[in-house]
Write a protein that binds this ligand. Structure first.
Ligand SMILES: Nc1ncnc2c1ncn2[C@@H]1O[C@H](COP(=O)(O)OP(=O)(O)O)[C@@H](O)[C@H]1O
Ligand SMILES: [Mg+2]
Length: 264
């Protein structure tokens, strides 16, 4: 479904673009329908850059990104919008996505304006409420509130609900769990498990190995923009090929059970 082939991204810095930073180098990666792939790497390893390229928000310097065989890069306007009906991202810091001046449910109004201008108001309201129930939020608890009146977990779930309004096939989840408290983490992880069971594919971006193992079918380990290891999650964790992965694993005191095992 999603395919990255030898993707690199170099940023040019400085007033004349004279300094270059290669954030992503020769990355191959695929995500199939209903599959959760975790992209694990330390801060600065290029994860967000990959996520933004997958979402069509940044262009690779080299290489190809395809969704259902069609190039993602270079889509603009209507073509990009069509792509965003199928592929959406949720990013690390939910507070930064919300404008504190507006009520939090404005994020839904923007989806309506952008994608469903012809849906009547009552019908739209029903769809928003269904999407909120889908992420275990009670509409009355969150609609008509300002961002500061809601918790990080509630805002994060609203953003997932917003993505779900579009009936997407792939979700790019960039560090969406990291800043949640422990109890909300489990809720959001379980929610992702349910969405996966319903056929949604997830590119699960995290610096946290334990979260990666917990949720994913396959794991890709990134170091300084390059893939050092990739494979089925259980194999990568049971028998890491690369010393870097072994060191990462050694630094984790104990890993979670997998998402399909009951959570205590
Ligand atoms: N817009 C940008 N302009 C210049 N450099 C950037 C930009 N975005 C990211 N970088 C650099 O690219 C590298 C990878 O960053 P990023 O993709 O955010 O990594 P991660 O999400 O794994 O922390 C870092 O060195 C970062 O400083
Ligand atoms: Mg990042």
């Amino acid at each position: 479904m999603l395919e990255l082939e030898a993707v690199s991204k170099t940023y040019r810095l400085g007033a004349f673009g004279t300094r270059e930073v290669t954030a992503v180098r020769d990355v191959d990666l695929t995500v199939e329908r209903g599959e959760v792939v975790s992209l694990i790497g330390e801060s600065g390893s290029g994860k967000t850059t990959i996520g933004r390229m997958v979402l069509g928000l940044a262009a690779p310097t080299k290489g190809q990104i395809r969704f259902d065989g069609v190039p993602v890069t270079g889509r603009r306007g209507r073509a990009l919008k069509g792509y965003h009906r199928q592929v959406q991202g949720v990013f690390q810091d939910p507070f930064s996505t919300f404008n504190p001046v507006f009520k939090a449910d404005r994020v839904f109004a923007l989806v309506r304006d952008g994608f469903f201008p012809d849906v009547p108001t009552t019908r739209w309201r029903e769809r928003v409420e269904a999407a909120l129930h889908g992420v275990r939020l009670e509409p009355a608890d969150v609609l008509d509130k300002y961002p500061h009146q809601l918790s990080g977990g509630q805002l994060q779930r609203m953003l997932i609900a917003r993505a779900l309004l579009l009936d997407i096939r792939l979700l790019v989840a960039d560090e969406i769990i990291s800043m949640l408290d422990a109890s909300t983490r489990i809720d959001v992880l379980n929610l992702l498990g349910e969405l996966k069971a319903a056929g949604l594919a997830v590119l699960f971006v995290t610096h946290d190995l334990a979260l990666g193992t917990y949720i994913s079918d396959r794991t890709v380990i990134l170091r300084a923009g390059e893939v050092v290891e990739a494979g089925p999650t259980q194999e990568v964790f049971a028998d890491p090929r690369h010393e870097y992965t072994r060191n990462l694993l050694a630094a984790v005191p104990h890993l979670h059970s997998r998402w399909d095992e009951p959570v205590k």
